[in-house]
Design a protein. Structure first.
Length: 72
């Protein structure tokens, strides 16, 4: 009976460690999701800036007078 009790205690300890590891992994995943969301947000802003720059170039190419308005 002693062996059985010892084995059960070892299994409980192992299960406890597994739950701790699971909790740690869940926290890591949560942090990674936040990082990914931040990177996607920044990438979206940069894409918008680049798209605006390209649109400005296209607009200036269509109307060359517009590119001279700010120059003397």
């Amino acid at each position: 009976m002693s062996e059985y009790t010892e084995e059960v205690q070892q299994q409980r300890a192992q299960l406890s460690r597994l739950y701790e590891q699971q909790e740690s992994l869940n926290e890591n995943i949560k942090g990674l999701k936040q990082i990914i969301a931040t990177l996607e947000y920044v990438a979206g802003k940069e894409t918008t800036k680049e798209e605006q720059k390209l649109q400005d170039i296209i607009d200036r190419a269509k109307d060359p007078k517009q590119s001279n308005t700010g120059k003397k």
